[in-house]
Write a protein that binds this ligand. Structure first.
Ligand code: HEC
Ligand code: HEC
Length: 389
């Protein structure tokens, strides 16, 4: 496939493959109707990671990249940069990775009753080859600060406010229940910068309708990328995915639902369940935060970090369970401004195992009339537009 445009491969794992989904196109699956089309029906050479939907398969790839500190094209053939079909080619690293999946499964089966206790990350810790020898520099050096995103940090149920108190303070901080009830929709415009736009600033649109419908549109140079949650199901229609319309399942679906729910936080306590508090004190940018954790409807875990002083939500971390381990997604919120009496973050930075994106809103229209079509299943993305410079 010749798309006639050049890209620089940055450190991003996804930068290498932006724009090509020849696989799905070539195999006549431009219109994936079935929700759970499995990876092996879409891809050509899947031998181990079978029986999972395409979005979850891509999640395992992000987990590999993060666990070994590699880009997609480090394991895959160099030609795959710019051609989805070439991801099917085998390389020595890819073949080793397959063996490693089987080895890791065997370790967990033999020792941990099949629970996913050992993952690629347990040994690799962000390195292509695991360390064998302990580091004296590390042993005697200053310990790195605790990463508050860690899923393993446990609530100590120590003294401190309950989840309910922290959430009540948040509702107050953003305007109070009454104001929240009055905001039932918004239409926003702004900008987006991401690996998938090659760090170029492009127009961004966001539509949200209470209680939980949300559509975000990135106007990338190669074509639009649309992420929709219609209140029940979710999709990404994008030229930058292996299929032109990616149905979201499992933790990916939980994620878009969480973003939709958090757009209208009036019902936050009911939107998530099994709230927990009592996490060790921590700071973000030198400001104290209070952490609560909950389960999503689909059963993934989500942590919310509130500025202790202002009560505002400053971070969301959610944990997406894949076949090979847990992928974190991390969203930082800032630049809160009042919209129809409700404090709304105008700036957020999303970081996940495949990339990072920065969104800045410029204008938010409260209680806008939004055509219901905006939240319907998007159509599959057309082939990428050539970029002329
Ligand atoms: C540690 C090595 C490794 C890394 C890093 C990696 N992959 Fe893979 N990839 C694999 C293995 C192994 C398979 C085959 C899995 C199987 O046979 O079940 C695969 C298969 C694939 C396939 C299916 C190809 C086909 O048609 O059969 C795609 C697409 C893919 N990877 C994309 C990616 C993307 C995108 C990234 C970066 C986010 C990535 N991979 C990072 C090892 C890796
Ligand atoms: C129990 C520890 C352990 C786990 C778990 C583990 N690995 Fe490894 N892996 C190793 C060791 C040790 C090596 C280095 C072998 C060597 O040096 O030849 C290695 C090597 C590799 C290599 C080859 C690197 C190279 O440069 O040749 C790849 C690719 C790889 N692992 C992928 C994975 C993936 C993907 C997973 C998760 C599915 C995983 N590993 C899980 C221990 C582990």
């Amino acid at each position: 496939m010749n798309t006639g445009w050049k890209r620089t491969v940055l450190c991003a794992t996804y930068a290498a493959l932006v724009c090509l989904w020849g696989v799905a196109w070539a195999s006549g699956q431009a219109e994936p109707e079935q929700k759970s089309e499995t990876a092996e029906t879409v891809f050509k050479n899947v031998q181990v990671l079978k029986g999972i939907p395409v979005d979850q398969f891509m999640g395992t790839m992000g987990f590999f990249a993060a666990s070994l500190g590699l880009n997609c094209t480090d394991c895959h053939a160099a030609e795959s940069s710019g051609n989805w079909q070439k991801f099917a080619l085998d390389t020595p690293l890819k073949q080793t990775a397959r063996k490693m999946i089987l080895m890791t499964n065997a370790i967990n089966k033999a020792n941990f009753g099949g629970m996913r206790m050992v993952t690629c990350y347990s040994c690799h810790r962000g390195n292509q080859r695991p360390e064998i020898t302990p580091s004296l520099a590390q042993q005697y050096g200053a310990p790195p600060p605790d990463d508050p995103d860690k899923v393993e940090i446990l609530a100590q149920a120590a003294a401190g406010p309950s989840a309910e108190q922290i959430l009540d303070k948040y509702i107050q901080a953003i305007g109070g229940a009454q104001q929240l009830a009055n905001l039932t929709s918004f239409a926003a415009k702004g900008t987006y910068i991401g690996y998938d736009t090659d760090q170029q600033k492009v127009p961004f649109e966001l539509y949200a309708l209470a209680p939980n419908q949300r559509t975000a549109i990135v106007h990338a140079l190669i074509g639009n990328s649309t992420t929709t949650y219609d209140g029940r199901a979710g999709w990404i229609s994008s030229t930058d995915k292996p299929v032109p319309l990616l149905a979201l399942t499992g933790g990916d679906l939980d994620g878009v639902r969480a973003d939709a729910d958090l757009s209208f936080p009036a019902r936050i306590k009911q939107d998530f369940t099994n709230w927990r508090a009592g996490f060790p004190a921590t700071t973000i940018d030198d400001r104290e935060v209070q952490i609560v954790e909950a389960d999503t409807v689909g059963g993934s875990r989500i942590k919310l970090y509130f500025d202790k002083q202002s009560g505002l939500l400053v971070r969301q971390v959610r944990y997406n369970y894949t076949l090979v381990g847990i992928n974190p997604t991390h969203i930082e919120y800032s630049d809160y401004r009042r919209v129809a009496g409700v404090m709304v973050p105008f700036h957020w930075v999303v970081t996940w195992t495949d990339g990072q994106a920065t969104i800045q809103l410029a204008d938010v229209q409260p209680n806008a009339t939004i055509n219901g079509e905006k939240f319907a299943k998007p159509s599959p993305a057309p082939p990428p537009k050539p970029i002329t410079k």
